[in-house]
Write a protein that binds this ligand. Sequence first.
Ligand code: F0G
Length: 451
Amino acid sequence: MNDNLHQLRCFGCGELISGSDARPDFRCARCGDLFDVEYAGWSQRRGHDRPNPGALKWLWRERRSSLETLDQSGVWRFRELLPILDSFGNAVTLREGNTPLYPLIRAAKALGMDQLFAKHQGMNPTGSFKDTGMTAALSVARERGFEWVACASTGNTSAAMAAYAARAGLRSLVLIPEGKIAWGKLSQAMDYGAVTCQLKTDFDGCVRVLTEIVREAPIYLLNSVNPYRLEGQKTPAFEIAEAFDWAVPDHLIVPGGNLANSSALGKGFRELHELGLVARVPRVSVIQAEGANPLVRSFSSSKGATMEPVEAHTRATAIRIGNPASWRKAARVIQDTGGWCLDVTETEIAIAKAELGAEGLGCEPASAVTLAGLKKLRADGSVAAGETVVLLLTGHTLKDADYTIDFHRGTLLKDQEIAGHEAEVNALRRNAVAVDATPAAVLAALKGSVG
Ligand code: F0G
């Protein structure tokens, strides 16, 4: 048994409930808003009873060389800050987290910066940041005795859920918008044994259907309205702080879809600050695709106070979301940390993705919005040359190979989208060429590419 002290607090009206009293759709019975996990014990504890920052930092680092399964997870390594289980023995882990923080040399040079990094969450077991949240929430599902779990998804959540459910011996149900998710992600849900339903609607429509299903059937909802997901997804904030020896970077830039990840990372940094592990928090900025930008619109029309859903369109299918569930939480994080919320065009996303590829990293299109957004923030002077910036890359490049191939073949962007960007796009394109099977023909191709 561990010190499971958590409770759930409604983000809207402040209502406090115990974890076991949450409704199946994780909405507040009083006001309909979402919950956050809260650890009352932390604020009530005084003096010697409070977590000791120095001891925690030492313990977490020591665990990196431990042979214990739980210690080898980059989420459960920090388990003192996510005591959501009655027994940590119930944790379902695939050794998620502990993802690399890469310096971005070429992008930094092009932007006149020298401290630019990418935290690559695509290096998780199923290829996206969703694994860190799934290990947390699926472990709760197992501990509470559920046999079925479900999510609506643009692809990555379903891949992660299906994998963790399979590891735990649970069954999983996936609702995805037909024809609007990348094949790599769909193949994962099938491979891990999920019941996968493609619905003739968009992501927001899938969410509506699933919300009704979980109210009727004993199925545990694993969308990011589930507050335990965010407890896992806050841990990359701990890894980032640790990587900078607890002197946090100036700025963290995150893609925005359903807006849970920015909320979770903001919570992670806030808790580190409240517990005295870091002296300040970074600015957190959220970047959306221009065709799926309800939070950007919310900031320009009402400073983040109200949000109108939009019909979402973007080739970055992971963030093709028009009615994000966690928009209020994300707006608060942006405001509290002094970050920005902006959008980028399809062309800007494609160029930024190719640039990250050319650095040997690669990522899926939704992740590349971070670099595209940073370029704008540098151009308008919001981010200064001397600042330390971390881009959160959320998904692996192989998740959406079709997008990459289309870009390099020249079939991704329409002529009017390329207009004005021809030189940049052409310099980045590396199409495969069909060549005769002779050394002379290959050498000729080599010469051609150098010229
Ligand atoms: N990047 C990738 C690769 C994603 O898959 C998602 C969301 C996001 C960014 C946005 O994160 O929703 O927390 O703001 N994908 C979800 C899914 C919605 O179903 O896989 P967010």
